[in-house]
Design a protein around this ligand. Sequence first.
Ligand code: ARG
Length: 467
Amino acid sequence: MKDKLWNGRFSERTDHGVERFTSSIRIDRRLYPYDIQGSIAHCRTLEKAGVISSQEADLLVEGLGRIKRDLDHGEFEFDDSLEDIHMHIEARLLQDIGKTAQKLHTARSRNDQVALDARLFLRDATGQVLKGLCRLRQVVVEFASNHLDTVMPGYTHTQRAQPVLLAHHMMAYYEMFTRDSRRFADSLKRTNVMPLGTAALAGTTYPIDRRYTARLLDFPEVAANSMDAVSDRDFIIEFVSAASICMMHFSRLAEEFILWSTAEFGFIELPDSFATGSSIMPQKKNPDVCELIRGKTGVVYGHLMALLTMMKSLPLSYNRDMQEDKKPLFETVDILLDCIHLFARMLPRITVNKQAMRKAASEGFLNATDMADYLVGRGVPFRQAHACVGKAVSYALSKNKELNQLTLDELQQFESDICEDIFDYLTLEKMIQRRLSEGGTSPDNVKRAIDEAKKALEQEKERGQGA
Ligand code: ARG
C-alpha cells in the first residue's frame, strides 16, 4: 500500500473496501498521455509565473517525459490505494525526482486537472471520429456510384411502396453521416475550451497566465468561470448524444442489411469475413457484426442516460459522482470508432443481387401511384385517380396479376381515357426517371447528389478535416 498524497489530516488508514470503491485507476489510466501533456504545460505556466524556477520546471518536465515512456512500455505499477491516474503519476514523479515533484500541484487541483484530461482525450477522439466518418462517407458515395442503375423497392411501413435506385437509398445514409459529422465538429468547439488554472473551484492566488497554458495546449479558448470549468461535463454529454444519434443511423443500416441478407429478401450477401457461423446448424451464415452494431447502440444510449442522470441535480461545483463519467465516455468512443471502421470496411465487400431487387420492385403494385399520376395527366383530379387505381389494384389482385399485366381493355373498365402509352409509362425506368423533384430518385438527381458529395469530401480533405 502506498502513502496517500493527501493524508495529512487523517489519523486512520483508508478502509480497503473504500479504496477499491473509490479508485478509478482501472478505467482512467487511459488518460495518462493527456495527464502528462497537461502537467508539462502546467509546469511551464508555473515557470512563466515565477512560481517555480526554470531548473525546477526542466526537472519536472524531464521526469514526466520518463514516466510517459515507462507507461508507453507498460512499465508502471498501478495500485488502488493511489486512486486515480493523476495521483499515480504524481507519486511516481516524487519517487523518481524527489521533492521538486511536490511543487507540481501548485495552483492546480485534480478537479481542473481531470477536466483538462477529459477534454484533451475527447478532442483527440472526436478528431478520429471525424476522420473515420469522412472515410465512411466516401465509401458510401463509392457504393452509391456503383448502383446508379440498380432498381429496388423503396419501403414505407416495411411494405413495398415505390421503386427507387439503390444509389438513392444509400445516399440517404450519406446525408445522415454528414449530419453526424457536423454534430461532432460542432460539439468539438465546446470540448476545445481550456479549464486548467481554475484550481479546485474558485481560481488560484498564483499569478498564472491561463492563456499561455491554452496556447501551449493548442486551445483556442479559456474556460470563463472557474466554478463552471470544474463542474461542466456538457461536452461529454454532447459527444455521447451525437454518438447516440450516429449509432441510431448505424443500427438502421445494420437492420436493413440483416433484413436484406435473409433468404426472404435475398437482396445482398455479406462478406464471409464479416459473418459468423452457428455452433449447431452447419448451413448458417449469421450477420453478427450487424446485429452487434444494433445491440451496441443500446449500450451507447444507456451511457447517455447514465451521464445525464449522474449530472442531474448535482450542486456546484465538483462532486465525486463525476468520476463515473469516464467509463461511459471511453466505451462510447470505442464502440463508435469500431462501428465506423467496420462499416467502412464491410460496405465495399457486400454483394448486391440486382435481379432480386429488381424483381421485388416489379411486384406488389409499386406502379400504382404512377398510374394515378398518369390519370392526373389526362385531367382526372388526383383523389378520383387514386380511387380509380385502387379499384384496378383490387381487380388485378383477384386476377393474380400486376397492373401492367392487365390488358388495355381491362384497364379501360376503370377509366376510358387510358391509352396504350400507359404500359411504357409504368416501366420501372420511366417511373424512376420521372421523379425529378429536387431530392427525388431520378438518376440525374442522384448523379448530381453523388457529384456534390464527392466535391464536399474533397474540400473537407483539403481543409485537413478528412480521412
Ligand atoms: N478521479 C477523479 C475524477 O475522475 C479526479 C478528481 C478528484 N477530485 C477530488 N476532489 N477527489 O473525477
